[in-house]
Ligand binder design. Structure first.
Ligand code: ATP
Length: 716
């Protein structure tokens, strides 16, 4: 059995807990008027989520709770639980048993439970729709409702049919998709508007930022060029400097050596000059003096000798002698002028010979004094000769010394000259070195300005790149100048603008993504709606033609001929609204494109009656029951509850109805509230509802015969 149990707790006329077991496919509920039979149907309807007080026959929710009476106190809450077997998974749920429970408290608080877990009304509606027992379908039909099948607008009839045909689920899906599509389109519009609003600002920010991005690019290029430039520069600096430092070091070494040599030579010179020469000169002076003295002595001696010889030589005239003496005197005077000892010596010898020639040898008696003088003279001359030899030796020595001194002096001069030249060269090199240092300082300053370090440049220079030519450097300088100019033109970065750009970009990307997602959702939803519409329409069309077969069959059985069928019609909202004013609310909610419905066409045999309005109450019921049974036959809902729909049937039709019911009851569970004996006969189990001594509804399981007596009692 699909619906296995109905458990009532203080629901309407039922006091406390009442369990209705439903072990058979067809259950009849019988009992006197006002005993509470329809309250059971209300209970089912309410548990399945009914929201209309009118359909529940109350004014307010509180009226559903057992109100109490003179004997019984009122209950504070009521509950209805429906327990379904879901082994065939008629419900879209994995559970084998489904319990739907609804509770209301006097405070008005309403709660729903699925398998005893709180849930939403929507969960109940979705679940019951999945099992084709939704409230809009034909699961619960009371007498009025049967007639309303005929009275409702074509559109509402269509909605009812969709429910019973199990299309409600698809309809719900479609409605959901349509609602989502509408929301999606609203959001899409919003998103597009925002995107449009943000775009000009974003473009302007982007223009600014891309200039700065270009700046970053240029800065990168500049850094590269500067690195290249400074590397080239460094290499040329090092290249220019290296030979200088080496040369300078060499020069310094040479100068140092030269200075040492000069000092050595100078000290030698000083020694030469100061000591030895003075001594030698003194010696020469002294010996010269001695020679002069000896010469004076000799002259004296010669004069004496002359006198001696003159006295002894009478033969000579006085005039000749005077002449001779004058000649001698002249010669001696000349001798005195001669410096060289040898010459003096020779002259003196010559003078002696001339004296000898002019003078006669002395007479023997004068003779010893002259000899003595001559001997003295000879000794003197020997002395003079000795001294002269010494003088000559000293002078030679002095000349030698002087020559040494001069050559030493010259050597020193040459060394000094050489050093002078080297110093000049050193000065030149130092100047170059100084220049190099200045260039290096300048280089380092520029390097710092370019935010580069010497270490980096040295590392770069260690790479095997060729040395730059002057032309390369000039070209690099030009490029660097151009890049710097470009950077200056771009100006400095404004971080706030950059940040804003990033934020706006992110926002824009988000909006674009959102818009794309929404567009995709919109497309997908449209496709889904199309598919669902197609599926609903094709299923509906197919089911409608199948229902028509049974509708016509049951109609012809009930009316003994004629024909009946359902027809799809397309009517505008305005037309349908005009036809049925009372349904305005429902109709208003349906979109225009879905505004199509189902009409009933009939042809009663032996009459011209073709309009439903012209039928009697009984005839209307017959048409409605034929249609209802056709729908049930076709859709095979798992559960149908019929509340006194057979009241208007005569005996023959009651039996026909009972027969059809027995047939349908093989596949569909029926709960039938009836006073009709033929209908009761179709049931496998009959429950009787009576008013108990405490004035609440009492439920009892009875046999068919008992049900008759119960009804007899009712009649009484
Ligand atoms: P009929 O055969 O005439 O249709 P019925 O057996 O279907 O009658 P119901 O309509 O189910 O009878 O029951 C109506 C009865 O339920 C009324 O007597 C009414 O007083 C009672 N009733 C309705 N609501 C409550 C309530 N909240 N508390 C107690 N009794 C209630």
């Amino acid at each position: 059995m699909f619906l296995q149990k109905i458990i009532l707790k203080n629901f309407k006329s039922f006091k406390g807990k009442v369990v209705i077991d439903l072990p058979s496919l067809i259950t009849a509920i019988v009992g006197p008027n006002g005993s509470g039979k329809s309250n059971i149907v209300d209970a089912i309807r309410w548990a399945l989520g009914e929201q209309s007080f009118k359909n529940l026959r109350v004014e307010k929710g509180e009226d559903l709770i057992f109100a109490g009476n003179k004997k019984e106190t009122a209950a504070s809450l009521c509950e209805v639980e429906l327990i379904f077997d879901n082994q065939l998974h008629l419900f879209n749920s994995d559970y084998n048993e489904i319990s739907i429970l609804r509770r209301i408290e006097r405070s008005g608080e309403n709660s729903y439970f699925l398998n005893h877990k709180p849930c939403r009304l929507k969960d109940i509606i979705d679940l019951t729709a999945s099992a084709k027992i939704g409230l809009k379908g034909f699961s619960i039909i009371n007498q009025g409702a049967v007639e309303s099948l005929l009275l409702v607008s074509p559109l509402e009839r269509r909605i009812m049919l969709e429910e019973i045909l199990g299309l409600k689920n698809l309809e719900l899906k479609k409605e959901e998709a349509e609602r989502k599509l509408e929301e999606t389109n609203i959001n899409l519009d919003k998103s597009l508007a925002l995107e449009k609003e943000i775009l000009p600002h974003l473009r302007s920010l982007k223009r600014q930022v891309s200039r700065w991005e270009r700046r970053e690019e240029i800065e990168g290029e500049l850094k590269l060029k500067e690195r290249q430039y400074f590397t080239y520069l460094w290499k040329s600096l090092v290249r220019d400097n290296l030979p200088q430092t080496e040369k300078l070091a060499e020069l310094k070494e040479r100068i140092e050596k030269l200075t040492q040599n000069i000092q050595k030579e100078e000290s030698k010179l000083v020694t030469l000059k100061e000591n030895e020469n003075a001594d030698l000169e003194n010696k020469i002076q002294k010996i010269t003096q001695e020679i002069i003295e000896l010469q004076n002595q000799k002259s004296e001696l010669l004069r004496e000798l002359g006198r001696q010889e003159v006295s002894s030589k009478i033969t000579i005239t006085e005039a000749d002698l005077a002449q001779e003496i004058s000649n001698l005197k002249k010669k001696l005077e000349e001798l005195l002028k001669i410096e060289e000892i040898e010459t003096i010596h020779q002259q003196i010898k010559d003078l002696l010979i001339s004296l000898d020639s002019c003078l006669k040898p002395p007479s023997p008696k004068e003779k010893p004094a002259i000899l003595k003088l001559q001997e003295q003279l000879s000794q003197l001359e020997e002395k003079i000769a000795l001294k002269g030899a010494s003088l000559k030796q000293f002078q030679t020595e002095l000349t030698q010394k002087n020559q040494n001194f001069r050559s030493n002096f010259e050597q020193i001069n040459n060394l000094r000259l050489e050093r002078e030249n080297l110093l000049k060269e050193e000065q030149r090199e130092e100047l170059l070195l100084e220049k190099y240092k200045l260039r290096l300082e300048d280089f380092e300053r520029r390097l710092k300005e370019a935010d580069l370090t010497l270490e980096e440049i040295k590392a770069e220079a260690a790479q095997p790149t060729p040395l730059a030519s002057e032309g390369d450097l000039i070209s690099l300088e030009k490029q660097i100048f151009r890049l710097k100019k470009e950077i200056a033109e771009i100006g400095t970065e404004d971080l706030n603008v950059k940040k804003e750009y990033e934020e706006v970009t992110q926002r824009y990307e988000f909006l674009t993504q959102q818009r794309e997602d929404l567009e995709k959702s919109s497309r997908d939803l449209k496709i889904l709606i199309q598919q669902l519409t197609k599926e609903i329409e094709s299923t509906f069309e197919k089911s409608l033609s199948e229902i028509n077969e049974d509708f016509n069959k049951y109609f012809r059985l009930m009316f003994q001929g004629g024909f009946a069928r359902l027809e799809q019609i397309k009517k505008s909202r305005a037309e349908q609204t005009l036809e049925n004013n009372s349904q305005n609310e429902i109709l208003a909610a349906v979109p225009e494109e879905n505004y199509w419905g189902v009409d009933i066409k009939i042809d009663i045999p032996k009459t011209d009656l073709k309009s439903l309005e012209m039928l009697s109450g009984g005839e209307k019921t017959l048409v409605a029951i034929s249609l209802l049974l056709a729908i049930v036959t076709q859709s095979e809902p798992p559960l149908v509850i019929l509340d006194e729909i057979d009241a208007a049937l005569d005996e023959d039709n009651s039996q026909r109805f009972s027969k059809i019911l027995t047939e349908l009851g093989k596949n569909t569970q029926f709960i039938i509230i009836t006073h009709n004996r033929s209908t009761m006969a179709a049931a496998q189990i009959i429950y009787g509802v009576t008013i108990g001594p405490d004035n609440s509804s009492q439920l009892l399981s009875i046999k068919l015969e008992d049900s008759f007596s119960l009804l007899q009692g009712e009649k009484r």
